[in-house]
Design a protein around this ligand. Structure first.
Ligand code: FAD
Length: 351
């Protein structure tokens, strides 16, 4: 019987499997997809994640390929109103890399530990036995392990099977996204944010040389931008809803939740994937050392804090009327205070 069964080969599952194998535990990791993802969902990788992934080798590989963000420029309509450097102290650095490339480096690190992802395996159920867990993949395939980790995303089957509530709400409306190639966008190594009428917001984030992610809180991200962006190639566009939810428990017996299976929030601040990587590293270390009893107490408050910080920031960015006037006054004051800038960056990106 193996030590740990991991469901889901997104960034969280890949990280926990790699870290468990690196610590000498036997692990199998399954995903219902037919192969590695080509989707570039998360862009921002924090310095903390790179540090956490240093020992397995993925951290340096990610940093070598990623764009290092120098800062952020916020606009009111077309007018710049706030510039924020992001590299105050080396701890608040953030890098841009499409999520599929981050996952590719994690898959390489996992392979270096002698483990490969078993694709086209959709977990359908699990059963608790006297001294192990039996996981079902359809009617004919069963795998036994001592521990089960649900790293299977927002709609986690592991969470549902465990009967753990995912508490919170889905925000009304949807956001739009476009990934583009553009040779002449001026902000090559910094976020550009735009506060728009009616509480809308748009952001352009560098992902790779000449490649950018545009996100807006309304339809058609490219049309929402108040300034022209030359699109040499549209790589993809889509829309998404924002869920603001957290699992009421991160553990039930020997079944654990990590990453989006445990928490979901808006992409403001670029935290989701990074939070999942931190869950994964913490859980792997605890399982290897036999201190897993402390996992929930350590990680549930971190998830709660991230949800609070990102929701506060999202609500502020989307404010209108009097709160928007207060926001604009605050932005004016912050633009003249390097200590206020440092505090904001630390709040948004730490962890
Ligand atoms: C538009 C957008 C932009 C974002 N930008 C950022 C950003 O800049 N920075 C950031 O940190 N985060 C960002 N995020 C969030 C980030 O993408 C997620 O937090 C991250 O992917 C979570 O990783 P995960 O491994 O926990 O889950 P997922 O990436 O969702 O992976 C779960 C895996 O489980 C598999 N799976 C599901 N059910 C089963 C089953 N029953 N059996 C087997 N396999 C199963 C799925 O196929 C999937 O591969 C963004 C998200 C969106 C939508």
């Amino acid at each position: 019987m193996i030590d740990v069964i991991v469901i889901g080969a997104g960034p969280t599952g890949l990280t926990v499997a790699t870290e468990l194998a690196r610590r000498g535990m036997s692990v199998r990791i399954f995903d219902k997809k037919d192969g590695p993802s080509g989707l570039s969902r998360a862009v921002g990788v924090t310095a903390r994640s790179i540090e956490l992934l240093a020992s397995c080798g993925a951290g340096p590989a990610i940093r070598a390929e990623a764009v290092r963000f120098e800062g952020m420029v916020m606009h009111h309509g077309k007018d710049p109103v706030l510039t924020l450097p992001l590299n105050f102290d080396g701890q608040s650095e953030i890098y841009g890399l499409p999520q599929d490339r981050t996952e590719a480096h994690l898959i390489d690190a996992l392979k270096a530990q002698g483990v490969t992802v078993e694709y086209m395996r959709c977990m359908t159920n699990y059963h608790l036995r006297a001294d192990h867990i039996e996981v079902e993949f359809g009617q004919h395939i069963r795998v036994q392990g001592r521990y089960l980790i649900g790293a299977d995303g927002v709609h986690s089957r592991v969470r549902a099977t465990a009967g753990i509530h995912f508490e919170g709400r889905t925000l009304p409306g949807h956001w739009s996204i476009a990934d583009v190639i553009s040779a002449d966008w001026p902000h090559r190594d910094r976020f550009a944010g735009y506060l728009l009428p009616h509480g809308d917001v748009a952001v352009v984030v560098p992902m790779a040389p000449d490649r950018y992610r545009v996100i807006a809180s309304r339809d058609d991200a490219l049309k929402a931008l108040p300034v022209p962006l030359t699109v040499d190639k549209l790589i993809r566009d889509s829309s998404f809803h924002i869920e603001v939810k957290q699992a009421e428990a991160y553990r039930k017996g020997n079944v654990f939740l990590a990453g989006d299976a445990a928490h979901a929030h808006s992409p403001v601040g670029g935290r989701g994937m990074n939070l999942g990587i931190a869950d994964a590293c913490d859980l792997a270390e605890r399982l290897a050392e036999g201190t897993q009893d402390g996992y929930e107490a350590a990680r549930h408050p971190e998830g709660h804090h991230a949800i609070q910080v990102t929701e506060r920031a999202r609500r502020m960015l989307q404010s209108r009327g009097a709160p928007k006037a207060i926001l604009m006054a605050a932005i004016g004051a912050i633009d003249h205070s390097s200590s206020a800038k440092r505090a904001i960056v630390h709040q948004l990106l730490a962890g």
